[in-house]
Design a protein around this ligand. Structure first.
Ligand code: ATP
Ligand code: MG
Length: 422
């Protein structure tokens, strides 16, 4: 893209409009950032009550592959981004043929598929957890036949399967157990994942996932989890946020802590370098989040990437001079990428639907008033009409003068809301 898409009214009196595929909370916060800068916004999402659709100038309420819906979006928008990785890549290819789309369909296609994603990480020289692809019945049969007493590493070859190059497993020994079977596509928040300890459990788990292509990943002893968010422009310029330390509960992000000293400096350096090389190698344009495991020996393993702003980056709304959503707008429009500056230590608490129910399952309203009486708390609710257990309803950012104050306030807020201490 050679021309910058400037905010505000054009010389011919048109309002410049930015589009987003998907109407969830990430789309909503993108829309809010774009609107703050003077852009009009358009959201494509079939749900009439989608969080982003509710706050956007335009809401195209069609399926992601609906030709008329895509045509409407293209007609309105100067550029289009995406807010979740499961937007069908063909829709992004269609849009990309007519207007700037970032991230591009090919990068999103890699992030949509754990098999392609892991191959990309390995190509970048970033270690992944030991894994094997379960892509066809033969793969599982081979695994079940493999002698369990002879631990073997997954053999890797680029054999085409289902039209794409994948690792073909010829034998896998006991060293992948205990493991996690993960669907190659469409997983999120720990969905589409089953923990397995034995080959028999693996076979049953694969059946229960309808035998879709999967990866079996070795369970690693995690000391911590972290993520790095980078923003890369059309011209290859790249900036990043300080790495986030993330606590997951039941496969869902619960708490993110970001301040100097939140992790060893070697982990900071290595994770940032790895995230940058992963983005560069993809010629990525947009905001990208790379999630890592920190192992007990201090080494780093990449888990997965998200081709969009990320839940672990929501603290940037209140603790940084430029948020991850501001950077999404800037990468999309070709505006300059300035390195973000974090001006306060930050902790983010995810607000899951569980908080809207008491111990007996009766609906309650969380203690907002008490929480907001604590200095440095910033409440973000996504406008979702119905609370459900495990559903991301919002988040609470806590900022303060120093790490101790932020920690104390965050623990207090967590206790008031019924979030376990961390
Ligand atoms: P999301 O997209 O919401 O981040 P997801 O459904 O794609 O989640 P993963 O990130 O693969 O799932 O896994 C969710 C969590 O499960 C991880 O953050 C980690 O806590 C745990 N986990 C996943 N894989 C492993 C592993 N190989 N070893 C140990 N823990 C793991
Ligand atoms: Mg994850």
């Amino acid at each position: 893209m050679s021309q910058i898409i400037l905010p505000g009214t054009t010389a011919t009196g048109q309002q410049t409009t930015l589009g987003v595929m998907g109407g969830g909370q990430l789309g909503r916060m993108f829309v809010q950032a774009a609107q703050a800068m003077g852009y009009f916004t358009a959201v494509l999402d079939p749900d009439p009550a989608s969080p982003a659709g509710l706050v956007s100038h335009f809401h195209v309420q069609t399926d992601y592959l609906d030709e008329q819906g895509l045509a409407q979006l293209m007609q309105r928008c100067a550029a289009i981004t995406t807010e979740f990785e499961n937007v069908p890549a063909p829709a992004l290819y269609t849009l990309g043929a007519h207007c700037p789309v970032a991230p591009g369909a090919s990068a999103v296609a890699v992030a949509q598929d754990r098999i392609k994603e892991k191959a990309h990480f390995e190509r970048c020289g970033v270690p992944v957890a030991p894994y094997a692809v379960i892509g066809a019945t033969e793969h599982l049969a081979a695994m079940l036949d493999a002698p369990s007493a002879a631990p073997g590493r997954p053999k890797q070859a680029s054999a085409p399967l289902g039209g794409s190059a994948v690792h073909e497993v010829t034998s896998v020994g006991a060293d992948l157990f205990p493991g996690i079977l993960k669907t190659a596509r469409l997983g999120y928040d720990g969905k589409g994942q089953i923990r397995v300890k034995t080959r028999a459990e693996l076979a049953a788990a694969w059946d229960s996932l309808s035998q879709v292509p999967c990866v079996l990943e070795k369970m690693l002893p995690l000391a911590a989890e972290c993520s790095v968010i980078v923003a890369r422009g059309w011209n290859g310029d790249m900036v990043h946020f300080f790495p986030q330390l993330n606590l997951h509960r039941d496969g869902i992000l619960a708490v993110t802590q970001v301040f100097e000293g939140n992790m060893a400096s070697a982990t900071v350096e290595r994770s940032v370098a790895a995230a940058k090389s992963i983005a560069d190698d993809l010629q990525y344009v947009g905001v990208l989040c790379v999630e890592f495991f920190v192992l007990q020996d201090g080494s780093l393993v990449v888990n997965e990437m998200a081709p969009r702003p990320h839940n672990s980056g929501h603290y940037t709304l209140d603790a940084c001079d430029v948020s991850q959503f501001d950077l999404q707008v800037r990468t999309l429009t070709g505006l300059p990428l300035v390195p973000p500056r974090q001006h306060s230590p930050a902790i983010m608490l995810n607000l899951l639907g569980d908080l809207w129910f008491d111990a007996d399952g009766r609906p309650i309203t969380p203690a907002w008033s008490e929480v907001l009486a604590l200095p440095g708390t910033h409440l973000h609710l996504y406008g979702k009409l119905q609370a459900r257990k495990g559903r991301k309803m919002g988040h609470l950012n806590i900022t303060g003068a120093d790490v101790e104050a932020v920690r104390a306030t965050a623990q207090r807020a967590a206790a008031l809301l019924g979030i376990p201490a961390f």
